[in-house]
Design a protein around this ligand. Structure first.
Ligand code: ADP
Length: 585
């Protein structure tokens, strides 16, 4: 899609008020000749070369000035109002779209790029809507009105007022390098890289400090900045040099020189009066300002087109397919048939899951275990439909998950995942995230069931404490808040991806109790990273390199003496070592 088509799409619903603002600016630019006419008459009347009261001429001058400036301000005001609407619409559309994009979209992009898009690109559209449209019109039409005024006085003075521009353009095109559009795109790419480096640096600073290498991250940022500075210099320096030299052609002394030289000639030949030369000189002196505005707005326009292209690319990007005719699941049995999934190209070596078949009867507990990297978390993501399988099918209550309406699916399948999803809102609102209307008593009830109520009450503002501000929770506490949220959401199916990081034993016991309470009466698939918690599961599925290698109860798998048994033995050996180590200390 070209930049201008993208821009038309982004501005689509707002074109009418923008056209009204543009019309106001056209009238404002046309009205800019009225003060010049008033000035001409005023000089004539003051010097006695024309009959009439100078006050009337002064009134025309002032009214022309007020009309032109007033309409310009009004046009800008309308554009700013439109801009707030455009910004809100775009940010909402981007946020909605990001909610529907597959997770792989975020995997392929750094936080820096996403931030650049939502903040800077939407900001570039602000510059265009709020300022550039009016500035471009003013920059083109106000000098044009001045030119018409000069031409009406005398065609030679009209042509003379164009000489500075022609000289500027000639000098600039001789001195500057080509490829302005490419320059802007290259600058944008460089800025994107610097932005990513900053975000990565800030995100990774904790780890780097722990390992005593805080310079590592800053080195990458410094390198990207230095590269950008170099590229920027190489790209922009020729243009800046050319501009610095050429701009003397539109400077006031040069304009005055040309106008007075031609003016002297026209006065001498009797075609104009000295006052007419004086007023055309004023008009000609005002023209370069408009020209410079036009040049600056050209860059803003091409940036906005670039930004609009990136925004529309996302808005048109592929989503997790929504069903045409959603079907309601009948029951909560889960059935996986021949499920395959890979993160990259469909080379079977790189598949994270291969040919997974699994039945989870309603109300039963299935534990998924396996060595690190065997595909457990990927399986959890597919079950919750954060991603879609490449082949095979996952059905709930006899219906393929792709046929189930998103809101029904979210109400049916609850998740407590490893990366704890607490938002920067109050603890109470975090708990009732899935059901915002829930009364406070039910929130408290859920928190009690998740064994987190007392700790919430100990926070400075209790349930009103805001995460990250006055509520700083430990990993175990955050986990229990997430469990309280799931208890309240009350989904009949639960996907639990247990935390890999160990918490203290007391916290772990409380988490386990909370999880047991949450699991009661639901179909549960638990992704177990530590085995002792799942020995009582109805069925245990053992994954290895993306395939199911064993399945059965704890007793059956122990008797089979396969991968499960060796995982169990090594887990016990390491916990024993930990215990002995603790006792020795
Ligand atoms: P587990 O939860 O058992 O440790 P995962 O499901 O996280 O295993 O990973 C399974 C495989 O998929 C691993 O080889 C891992 O490297 C790969 N993988 C996991 N997440 C991603 C991702 N976002 N992008 C690419 N590969 C991934």
């Amino acid at each position: 899609m070209t930049g201008s088509t993208a821009l038309r799409e982004v501005l689509g619903p707002h074109l009418r008020p923008l056209a009204i603002a543009a019309l106001m600016q056209v009238i404002a630019s046309a009205a800019s000749v009225v003060p010049l006419c008033g000035l001409l008459v005023l000089i004539g009347r003051l010097t006695g070369t024309a009959p009439g009261s100078p006050w009337n001429a002064l009134l025309v001058f002032l009214m022309g000035l007020a009309c032109s400036a007033g309409l310009n301000s009004l046009a800008l005001l309308v554009c700013h109002f439109v801009d707030t609407g455009v910004q809100a619409r775009l940010r909402r559309a981007l946020a909605d779209k990001m909610g529907r994009l597959p997770l792989s979209w975020f995997d392929e992009r750094s936080t820096g790029r996403v931030r650049q898009l939502v903040q800077n690109d939407v900001g570039s559209i602000h510059q265009l809507v709020a300022h550039t449209i009016v500035d471009t019109l003013a920059g083109a039409l106000t000098p044009a009105a001045g030119l018409v005024f000069c031409l009406c006085i005398d065609w030679r003075l009209g042509l003379a007022s164009l000489v500075p521009f022609a000289t500027y353009l000639l000098l600039y095109s001789l001195l500057a390098a080509r490829g302005n559009q490419e320059t802007v795109a290259a600058m944008h790419r460089g800025l994107e890289r610097v932005s990513s480096a900053i975000v990565e640096y800030v995100n990774g600073i904790g780890v780097l400090k722990i390992f005593g290498r805080p310079d590592e991250g800053s080195a990458r940022f410094a390198k990207e900045s230095a590269d950008f500075r170099e590229e920027f210099g190489a790209l922009v320096a020729p243009q800046m040099r050319a501009h610095a030299i050429a701009v003397t052609a539109i400077s006031a002394p040069f304009v005055a020189l040309v106008m007075l030289a031609v003016g002297a000639w026209t006065v001498h030949s009797g075609a104009t009066s000295p006052s007419e030369v004086l007023v055309t000189l004023v008009a000609a002196l005002l023209m370069p300002a408009g020209f410079q505005t036009l040049a600056a707005s050209g860059q803003a326009r091409s940036q906005a087109m670039d930004a609009a292209r990136r925004i529309t690319e996302i808005l048109h990007g592929p989503e997790l397919a929504a069903p045409d005719r959603p079907v309601r699941p009948d029951g909560t049995d889960i059935e996986l048939r021949g499920v395959c999934f890979g993160y990259g190209e469909d080379d079977s070596d790189a598949m994270a899951l291969q040919d997974i078949c699994l039945s989870v009867p309603a109300g039963s507990v299935t534990a998924v275990v396996g060595p690190s990297g065997s595909g457990k978390s990927t399986l959890a993501a597919l079950l919750a439909r954060f991603r879609d399988a490449d082949s095979g099918s996952i059905s709930i209550g006899g219906v393929d998950v792709r046929e189930i309406d998103e809101s029904v699916l979210r109400a049916t399948v609850g998740t407590v995942l490893q990366d704890l999803q607490l938002l920067g809102i109050s603890v109470a609102d975090n708990i009732r995230l899935g059901r915002p209307q829930t009364p406070m008593e039910r929130v408290v009830e859920a928190a009690r069931a998740a064994a987190i109520h007392d700790e919430i009450m100990a926070l400075p503002r209790g349930y009103d404490s805001v995460i990250g501000q006055d509520a700083r929770l430990s990993g175990g506490q955050a986990q229990r808040v997430c469990i309280a949220r799931s208890i309240l959401a009350d989904a009949p199916i639960l996907i639990l991806d247990e935390a890999t990081s160990a918490t203290d034993p007391e916290s772990e016991t409380r988490i386990q109790e909370a999880l047991d309470r949450l699991a009661t009466g639901r179909s549960v698939v638990v992704i177990a990273h530590r085995l002792h918690t799942i020995a009582g599961a109805d069925q245990i599925v053992v994954l290895d390199r993306g395939r199911v290698v064993e399945r059965g109860t704890h007793a059956e798998l122990m008797a089979a003496d396969g991968l499960y048994r060796s995982l169990w033995d090594s887990a016990n050996a390491s916990s024993e070592e930990t215990r002995e180590g603790a006792e020795a200390r």
